[in-house]
Design a protein around this ligand. Sequence first.
Ligand code: AMP
Ligand code: MG
Length: 475
Amino acid sequence: MTVHFPFDNSYATLPDRFYTRQPPTPVSRPGLIRVNERLAQELGLDPEELRAPEGIEVLAGNRVPEGAAPMAQVYAGHQFGGWSPQLGDGRALLLGEILAPSGRYDVQLKGSGPTPYSRMGDGRAWLGPVLREYVVSEAMHALGLPTTRALAAVTTGETVFRERRYPGAVLTRIAKSHIRVGTFQFFAARQDEEALAALTDHVIARHYPQADGPLALLDAVIAAQAKLIAGWMSVGFIHGVMNTDNMSVAGETIDYGPCAFMDTYHPDRVFSSIDQFGRYAYARQPEIAVWNLAQFATSLLPLIDADHNAAIEKATESVHRFPALYAEAWLARFRAKLGLTSVEEDDAALIQALLDRMAQGQADFANTFRALGTPAARDQFVDPAAYDSWATVLEARLARDPASAEESAGLRARSNPAIIPRNHRIEEAIQAALAGDLSPFHALTEALQTPFEAQGDYARPPTEDEAVTQTFCGT
Ligand code: AMP
Ligand code: MG
């Protein structure tokens, strides 16, 4: 059974210095973990074709499908604030772009073997990070937030060495594109204005056709990121590695590494084992986004205005609009989480007061919001009285809101997920998979398709023994 992808490769028409053509490296024994049937259908692909032996060969990188133009894309980036002039796809390859009913998408294999950008790495991924990215990216999508998607995961039959031996795996990732802030930085650092202009035109045509030039592109990316980060904050998501090479100009969540959804709320929460100084802590994400967007703006300067000072002035003005855009998106998200449909000046303070009490009271992020308006909310707090005094203010505010109590409750139920991909569940699924049992992974993935419906045990926070407070890059 031949696999058909409706390839239409546009990045491959950009100049050679944007990428290196590179086929995936075959693996010894491809095995299917999961094909995302719903996503395949949405994209106009046949899930049966993907599950058939030839399809699995494609997903493992053993066979290059017709029409593909496999390549490693080059980029640069600031990693934890430090400049890396050359990064690029070191363990991933863009197979090509497909034209789906809903638009153009990259099809990428992650863990597909070494590339010229692998540096010291082996170009491979092990089962853990592949399952983690599958679960979390699909959960993110089901939560209604822009994200890359997981089309499939396969095992390779090969061993990957990290601190120990692990089974290798490959993730097939779908994205609007894999163009990063770091892609712009790569060419800006080389003062390659011709490439910058070509990249800018490409991104505008592909993602922001309404933008009439580099400055409008900057504004569009800033607006998209403000919305995205507000969305992350509203579900307690911590990306963990907000390096500029991990920020998509299409505004999607990308490069799930040591990311996590918080259990107990705290603004300083960090999961990543490599984030020693809390640079990418939960509450720092909006300011880090501004930092990254300032790098993006800097990259675009030569295109924004031939007069350097004028360019700086315009770009600065744009970056300075982020806080207001972010605040607006954040308020919209959190008002809905409280069940509010109207606007009052004190709403931000009301929300912040709840968050402060949650931090103080060691309240579970997801479950506290989910329980608002019910007696169960106060049980989330070490000191329930602290919640009670806040709840009377919310009640008064809800009474002034034009929405009925029922409407507010409905809005809360649609805005506060009952289940999130909790770390201990992901860890449990990975450990079971390592022992040969994929059923916890499948069950978790299924449950997270409908995160606004309460289901079984998935809403339960970890016990002290179960809690997983650190996540690893897994590279
Ligand atoms: P990340 O922070 O995981 O997005 O990766 C940062 C950079 O390291 C990217 O250029 C990756 O392609 C590269 N990289 C990460 N893991 C590996 C690996 N196992 N082999 C080769 N390159 C890698
Ligand atoms: Mg990355």
